[in-house]
Design a protein around this ligand. Structure first.
Ligand code: NCD
Length: 304
């Protein structure tokens, strides 16, 4: 495996995804020296709690040190510095770069300015590949895998980059069915539907969550992405479209599992957290091990 950069889930192979999941499992609960002497830069030009902190936790657990831009307001980006210059500079300081950016395509642009190990930690509404790898790893641990399972995405499927990245990964396997449940205004972009058609994977688009609950194995809830909306009024109209309550959970199979990339606003009520079906905080922990697997191996492929 020769990968050193990860900007999108679109070019991951099934072999790579399986390998990263095995590595995450091997690194579970461990502290290693795989990145001893290395510096990881986390460049976050958009808000984050989990993605930045889990990457930094992963980096520390692999023995590296970390430098960070946690807020664009404290960086020269606010003085008008271009993405190109920011990346050229970080390339001179760090051995591995993790970047989050508000613009679709920013990760693809950034790798024009560095050949070092680079990981996209979310580029606008486009892609969030490391999240989708921790999501698939969580699905594997919770329900045994994707093959033969029905996966439902719920909420903001238009702007939710985690939905887009995970759809690419599902297409590497043989799910029974993929269901997209959203308001009409927030349907998943057509290119993802086209991809499922091309791969011959059964799918459905609907507005009705309750009706679908009995057939779902994995629910993937998402937040309505307020920051991507043109107007506040449009957001307010769609806010609260789908709320997972204990009553909704009880419509589903006992083996149902509920994932959410977090942060949640109101789409899963706190009472659901105590139900075995809720895997959200186990998913958070899995994120550290998956990011350890990614940092370790992308770095290993580059610093041979
Ligand atoms: C997601 C993101 O940033 O895309 N969060 C995350 O990385 N865990 C989802 C979201 O912000 O709704």
């Amino acid at each position: 495996m020769e990968r050193t950069q990860l900007t999108t889930s679109a070019n991951l192979t099934r072999e790579e995804v399986d390998f990263f999941m095995e590595e995450a499992e091997r690194l579970r609960g461990k502290n290693t020296e795989d990145l001893k002497g290395k510096v990881v830069a986390t460049v976050f030009l958009e808000p984050s709690t989990r993605t930045r902190l889990s990457f930094e936790t992963a980096a520390h657990r692999l023995g590296s040190s970390v430098i960070t831009i946690a807020d664009p307001k404290t960086s020269s980006v606010t003085k008008g510095e271009t993405l190109a210059d920011t990346i050229r500079v970080v390339d001179k300081y760090a051995d591995i770069i993790v970047m989050r950016h508000p613009t679709s395509g920013a990760a693809e642009e950034a790798i024009n300015y560095t050949d070092k190990p680079f990981l996209n930690a979310g580029d606008g509404p486009n892609q969030h590949p490391t999240q989708s790898l921790l999501d698939i790893y969580t699905i594997k641990r919770e329900v045994g895998g994707i093959d033969g399972k029905t996966i439902a995405f719920i909420g903001d499927l238009k702007y939710g980059r985690t939905v887009h990245s995970l759809t690419y990964i599902l297409c590497l396997y043989n799910p029974k069915k993929v269901i997209y449940i959203s308001p009409n205004e927030l349907r998943v972009p057509e290119k993802y539907i086209q991809m499922l058609k091309d791969k011959g994977i059964e799918f459905e688009e609907t507005n009705d969550l309750d009706a679908k609950m009995p057939e779902i194995d994995v629910v993937y809830m998402t937040r309505i992405q307020q920051e991507r909306f043109e107007s506040e009024a449009e957001y307010v109209k769609l806010k609260g479209s789908y709320i997972m309550t204990p009553e909704t959970v009880k419509l589903g199979k006992e083996s149902l599992r509920i994932l959410h990339p977090l942060p949640r606003v109101d789409e899963i009520t706190p009472e659901v957290d105590d139900m075995i079906q809720s895997a959200c905080f186990r998913q958070v922990e899995n994120g550290v091990y998956m990011r350890m697997a990614l940092l370790k191996n992308l770095s290993k492929n580059y610093y041979k």
